[in-house]
Design a protein around this ligand. Structure first.
Ligand SMILES: C[S@@+](CC[C@H](N)C(=O)[O-])C[C@H]1O[C@@H](n2cnc3c(N)ncnc32)[C@H](O)[C@@H]1O
Length: 266
Protein backbone atom coordinates (compact mmCIF):
# COMPACT_ATOMS: atom_id res chain seq x y z
CA UNK A 1 0.00 0.00 0.00
CA UNK A 2 1.63 3.27 -1.11
CA UNK A 3 -0.63 6.26 -0.96
CA UNK A 4 0.05 9.96 -1.32
CA UNK A 5 -0.39 12.22 1.70
CA UNK A 6 -3.51 14.25 0.99
CA UNK A 7 -4.17 15.75 4.39
CA UNK A 8 -2.01 18.46 5.92
CA UNK A 9 -1.57 17.36 9.51
CA UNK A 10 0.79 20.30 9.93
CA UNK A 11 -1.85 22.97 9.15
CA UNK A 12 -4.10 21.36 11.74
CA UNK A 13 -1.24 21.36 14.28
CA UNK A 14 -0.64 25.06 13.62
CA UNK A 15 -4.26 25.68 14.61
CA UNK A 16 -3.76 23.49 17.71
CA UNK A 17 -0.74 25.48 18.91
CA UNK A 18 -2.98 28.57 19.13
CA UNK A 19 -4.87 26.79 21.92
CA UNK A 20 -1.76 25.54 23.71
CA UNK A 21 -1.91 26.26 27.44
CA UNK A 22 -0.05 25.25 30.61
CA UNK A 23 -2.89 22.87 31.35
CA UNK A 24 -2.44 21.07 28.00
CA UNK A 25 1.33 20.84 28.51
CA UNK A 26 0.78 19.40 32.00
CA UNK A 27 -1.68 16.83 30.62
CA UNK A 28 0.77 15.85 27.88
CA UNK A 29 3.49 15.31 30.52
CA UNK A 30 1.16 13.21 32.68
CA UNK A 31 0.22 11.02 29.72
CA UNK A 32 3.91 10.37 28.99
CA UNK A 33 4.70 9.64 32.61
CA UNK A 34 1.73 7.29 32.92
CA UNK A 35 3.04 5.06 30.16
CA UNK A 36 6.81 5.55 30.21
CA UNK A 37 7.53 6.42 33.84
CA UNK A 38 10.58 8.64 34.43
CA UNK A 39 12.41 9.68 31.28
CA UNK A 40 15.20 11.75 32.82
CA UNK A 41 18.57 11.26 31.15
CA UNK A 42 17.10 9.22 28.31
CA UNK A 43 17.71 9.84 24.63
CA UNK A 44 14.39 10.00 22.81
CA UNK A 45 13.26 9.93 19.20
CA UNK A 46 9.84 11.46 18.47
CA UNK A 47 8.73 9.99 15.12
CA UNK A 48 6.10 12.22 13.45
CA UNK A 49 6.28 14.94 16.08
CA UNK A 50 3.20 16.84 14.78
CA UNK A 51 2.63 19.90 16.97
CA UNK A 52 5.86 19.19 18.86
CA UNK A 53 3.93 19.19 22.15
CA UNK A 54 5.19 15.77 23.24
CA UNK A 55 8.82 16.55 22.41
CA UNK A 56 8.41 19.75 24.39
CA UNK A 57 6.89 17.81 27.30
CA UNK A 58 9.85 15.37 27.14
CA UNK A 59 12.26 18.31 27.29
CA UNK A 60 10.46 19.69 30.36
CA UNK A 61 10.53 16.23 31.97
CA UNK A 62 14.33 16.19 31.76
CA UNK A 63 15.09 13.94 28.80
CA UNK A 64 18.81 14.02 28.02
CA UNK A 65 18.38 14.56 24.28
CA UNK A 66 15.31 14.70 22.06
CA UNK A 67 15.29 14.21 18.29
CA UNK A 68 12.02 15.04 16.56
CA UNK A 69 11.10 14.66 12.93
CA UNK A 70 8.04 14.82 10.74
CA UNK A 71 7.38 14.50 7.01
CA UNK A 72 5.09 17.54 6.89
CA UNK A 73 6.93 20.89 6.71
CA UNK A 74 4.14 22.61 8.66
CA UNK A 75 4.44 20.05 11.49
CA UNK A 76 8.19 20.69 11.48
CA UNK A 77 7.50 24.45 11.74
CA UNK A 78 5.24 23.80 14.76
CA UNK A 79 7.89 21.64 16.45
CA UNK A 80 10.59 24.28 15.75
CA UNK A 81 8.37 26.99 17.21
CA UNK A 82 8.28 25.13 20.53
CA UNK A 83 11.97 24.20 20.26
CA UNK A 84 12.78 27.92 19.91
CA UNK A 85 11.11 28.61 23.24
CA UNK A 86 13.45 26.36 25.27
CA UNK A 87 16.69 27.45 26.91
CA UNK A 88 18.95 24.49 26.15
CA UNK A 89 18.37 24.05 22.43
CA UNK A 90 21.35 21.70 22.14
CA UNK A 91 19.20 19.11 23.95
CA UNK A 92 16.57 19.14 21.17
CA UNK A 93 17.10 18.48 17.43
CA UNK A 94 14.33 18.91 14.86
CA UNK A 95 14.38 17.56 11.30
CA UNK A 96 12.09 17.15 8.34
CA UNK A 97 12.12 13.54 7.16
CA UNK A 98 10.14 10.37 6.63
CA UNK A 99 10.24 7.11 8.58
CA UNK A 100 10.02 5.42 5.17
CA UNK A 101 13.11 7.19 3.77
CA UNK A 102 16.10 4.86 4.24
CA UNK A 103 18.62 7.62 3.37
CA UNK A 104 17.16 9.95 5.99
CA UNK A 105 17.12 7.18 8.61
CA UNK A 106 20.88 6.67 8.18
CA UNK A 107 21.37 10.11 9.78
CA UNK A 108 19.69 8.92 13.00
CA UNK A 109 21.27 7.01 15.91
CA UNK A 110 19.71 4.44 18.22
CA UNK A 111 17.65 5.71 21.13
CA UNK A 112 16.66 4.73 24.68
CA UNK A 113 13.03 5.57 23.93
CA UNK A 114 11.11 5.91 20.69
CA UNK A 115 7.77 7.66 20.68
CA UNK A 116 5.65 6.95 17.60
CA UNK A 117 2.18 8.00 18.64
CA UNK A 118 -0.55 7.96 15.99
CA UNK A 119 1.95 8.25 13.15
CA UNK A 120 2.92 4.98 11.50
CA UNK A 121 -0.64 4.17 10.33
CA UNK A 122 -0.62 7.48 8.38
CA UNK A 123 2.55 6.82 6.40
CA UNK A 124 1.03 4.76 3.56
CA UNK A 125 3.11 1.73 4.54
CA UNK A 126 2.47 0.99 8.21
CA UNK A 127 4.30 -2.36 8.49
CA UNK A 128 7.43 -1.04 6.79
CA UNK A 129 7.26 2.05 9.03
CA UNK A 130 6.99 -0.14 12.16
CA UNK A 131 9.96 -2.23 11.01
CA UNK A 132 12.08 0.88 10.33
CA UNK A 133 11.15 2.35 13.71
CA UNK A 134 12.01 -0.86 15.57
CA UNK A 135 15.56 -0.75 14.18
CA UNK A 136 16.20 2.61 15.87
CA UNK A 137 15.64 1.29 19.41
CA UNK A 138 18.73 0.59 21.56
CA UNK A 139 19.13 -2.74 23.34
CA UNK A 140 16.96 -2.53 26.49
CA UNK A 141 15.30 0.53 24.99
CA UNK A 142 11.55 1.16 24.77
CA UNK A 143 9.21 1.68 21.84
CA UNK A 144 5.95 3.46 22.61
CA UNK A 145 3.59 2.83 19.72
CA UNK A 146 0.01 4.05 19.16
CA UNK A 147 -1.83 2.46 16.24
CA UNK A 148 -5.45 2.72 15.17
CA UNK A 149 -7.57 -0.23 16.18
CA UNK A 150 -9.10 -2.45 13.48
CA UNK A 151 -12.89 -2.60 13.94
CA UNK A 152 -15.90 -3.64 11.88
CA UNK A 153 -16.27 0.00 10.79
CA UNK A 154 -12.65 0.62 9.71
CA UNK A 155 -13.51 0.27 6.00
CA UNK A 156 -16.42 2.68 6.40
CA UNK A 157 -14.11 5.26 7.99
CA UNK A 158 -11.60 4.82 5.21
CA UNK A 159 -14.35 5.89 2.76
CA UNK A 160 -15.33 8.81 5.03
CA UNK A 161 -11.72 10.00 5.08
CA UNK A 162 -11.48 9.85 1.30
CA UNK A 163 -14.74 11.79 1.06
CA UNK A 164 -13.57 14.42 3.59
CA UNK A 165 -10.39 15.07 1.65
CA UNK A 166 -12.33 15.53 -1.61
CA UNK A 167 -14.84 18.01 -0.17
CA UNK A 168 -14.52 21.80 -0.43
CA UNK A 169 -13.86 23.75 2.81
CA UNK A 170 -17.55 24.22 3.61
CA UNK A 171 -18.26 20.48 3.20
CA UNK A 172 -15.35 19.67 5.52
CA UNK A 173 -16.69 22.09 8.16
CA UNK A 174 -20.15 20.49 7.97
CA UNK A 175 -18.66 17.01 8.41
CA UNK A 176 -16.65 18.20 11.44
CA UNK A 177 -19.74 19.77 13.03
CA UNK A 178 -21.93 16.73 12.44
CA UNK A 179 -19.25 14.44 13.88
CA UNK A 180 -18.76 16.72 16.89
CA UNK A 181 -22.50 16.91 17.50
CA UNK A 182 -23.05 13.14 17.31
CA UNK A 183 -19.92 12.01 19.17
CA UNK A 184 -19.54 14.66 21.82
CA UNK A 185 -23.18 15.65 22.50
CA UNK A 186 -25.71 13.01 21.37
CA UNK A 187 -23.67 9.91 22.22
CA UNK A 188 -22.84 10.90 25.84
CA UNK A 189 -26.50 11.89 26.39
CA UNK A 190 -27.57 8.52 25.04
CA UNK A 191 -25.29 6.90 27.64
CA UNK A 192 -26.76 9.21 30.31
CA UNK A 193 -23.44 11.02 30.70
CA UNK A 194 -22.86 14.77 30.93
CA UNK A 195 -21.35 15.87 27.54
CA UNK A 196 -19.38 18.70 29.19
CA UNK A 197 -17.74 16.33 31.66
CA UNK A 198 -16.88 14.01 28.78
CA UNK A 199 -15.33 16.89 26.80
CA UNK A 200 -13.33 17.92 29.85
CA UNK A 201 -12.10 14.37 30.35
CA UNK A 202 -11.06 14.21 26.70
CA UNK A 203 -8.93 17.35 26.97
CA UNK A 204 -7.25 16.06 30.13
CA UNK A 205 -6.19 12.95 28.24
CA UNK A 206 -2.92 13.97 26.47
CA UNK A 207 -3.83 17.67 26.44
CA UNK A 208 -5.47 17.46 23.03
CA UNK A 209 -8.21 19.68 21.59
CA UNK A 210 -11.39 17.79 20.50
CA UNK A 211 -12.11 19.96 17.43
CA UNK A 212 -8.54 19.67 16.17
CA UNK A 213 -8.63 15.91 16.80
CA UNK A 214 -11.88 15.53 14.83
CA UNK A 215 -10.23 17.15 11.78
CA UNK A 216 -7.22 14.91 12.32
CA UNK A 217 -9.50 11.87 12.53
CA UNK A 218 -11.73 12.71 9.55
CA UNK A 219 -8.88 13.97 7.37
CA UNK A 220 -6.02 11.74 8.49
CA UNK A 221 -5.17 9.78 5.36
CA UNK A 222 -3.39 7.46 4.39
CA UNK A 223 -5.05 5.37 7.08
CA UNK A 224 -4.27 1.82 8.15
CA UNK A 225 -5.40 -0.21 11.14
CA UNK A 226 -4.34 -3.29 13.07
CA UNK A 227 -5.72 -5.53 15.79
CA UNK A 228 -3.55 -6.02 18.91
CA UNK A 229 -3.00 -9.63 17.78
CA UNK A 230 -1.63 -8.47 14.40
CA UNK A 231 0.76 -6.03 16.09
CA UNK A 232 2.01 -8.60 18.61
CA UNK A 233 2.42 -11.22 15.87
CA UNK A 234 4.38 -8.76 13.70
CA UNK A 235 6.74 -7.87 16.57
CA UNK A 236 7.38 -11.55 17.28
CA UNK A 237 9.05 -11.75 13.84
CA UNK A 238 11.14 -8.60 14.14
CA UNK A 239 14.84 -8.58 14.90
CA UNK A 240 15.56 -7.58 18.50
CA UNK A 241 13.40 -9.93 20.56
CA UNK A 242 10.74 -7.38 21.44
CA UNK A 243 8.79 -7.96 24.63
CA UNK A 244 5.40 -6.29 25.17
CA UNK A 245 5.61 -4.79 28.64
CA UNK A 246 2.47 -2.64 28.69
CA UNK A 247 -0.59 -2.10 26.52
CA UNK A 248 -3.95 -0.35 26.56
CA UNK A 249 -6.54 -1.38 24.00
CA UNK A 250 -9.90 0.10 23.03
CA UNK A 251 -13.06 -1.09 21.29
CA UNK A 252 -14.24 2.06 19.54
CA UNK A 253 -13.60 3.08 15.92
CA UNK A 254 -11.28 6.07 16.40
CA UNK A 255 -8.99 5.16 19.30
CA UNK A 256 -5.35 4.27 19.09
CA UNK A 257 -4.28 1.08 20.83
CA UNK A 258 -1.19 1.73 22.91
CA UNK A 259 1.81 -0.60 23.13
CA UNK A 260 5.06 -0.38 25.02
CA UNK A 261 7.70 -2.79 23.73
CA UNK A 262 11.13 -3.41 25.22
CA UNK A 263 13.93 -4.47 22.90
CA UNK A 264 15.70 -7.37 24.61
CA UNK A 265 18.60 -7.90 22.17
CA UNK A 266 20.33 -6.23 19.20
C1 LIG B 1 -1.84 12.25 14.04
S1 LIG B 1 -0.33 13.11 13.94
C2 LIG B 1 0.44 12.63 15.48
C3 LIG B 1 1.43 13.67 15.98
C4 LIG B 1 2.10 13.38 17.32
N1 LIG B 1 2.87 12.17 17.31
C5 LIG B 1 1.11 13.35 18.46
O1 LIG B 1 1.06 12.36 19.16
O2 LIG B 1 0.42 14.35 18.65
C6 LIG B 1 0.59 12.22 12.72
C7 LIG B 1 1.86 12.90 12.29
O3 LIG B 1 2.62 11.95 11.51
C8 LIG B 1 3.27 12.64 10.47
N2 LIG B 1 3.68 11.69 9.43
C9 LIG B 1 2.90 11.09 8.48
N3 LIG B 1 3.66 10.31 7.68
C10 LIG B 1 4.95 10.40 8.14
C11 LIG B 1 6.18 9.82 7.74
N4 LIG B 1 6.26 9.01 6.68
N5 LIG B 1 7.31 10.12 8.44
C12 LIG B 1 7.24 10.96 9.50
N6 LIG B 1 6.09 11.56 9.92
C13 LIG B 1 4.96 11.28 9.25
C14 LIG B 1 2.22 13.66 10.04
O4 LIG B 1 2.76 14.70 9.27
C15 LIG B 1 1.66 14.11 11.38
O5 LIG B 1 2.31 15.25 11.87
Amino acid sequence: MNEKIMFSFGKNWQAFLKSLSRERIKNAMSSLEEFLGQIQNKTILDVGSGSGLFSYAMYLMGAKEITSFDIDPDSVKCTRLLQNSVKRKERWHVFQGSILDKEFLKKLKKYDIIYAWGVLHHTGNMWEAIKNTSKLVKKNGLLYLAIYNKTRTSQYWLKMKKLYNLLPKIGKSIMVLVYFFINYLIYPLFLLKNPFNELNKYQKNRGMNPLIDIKDWLGGYPYEVATPQEIIQFFSHLEGDFKLIKSKTFQDHSSNNLYLFKKMSE
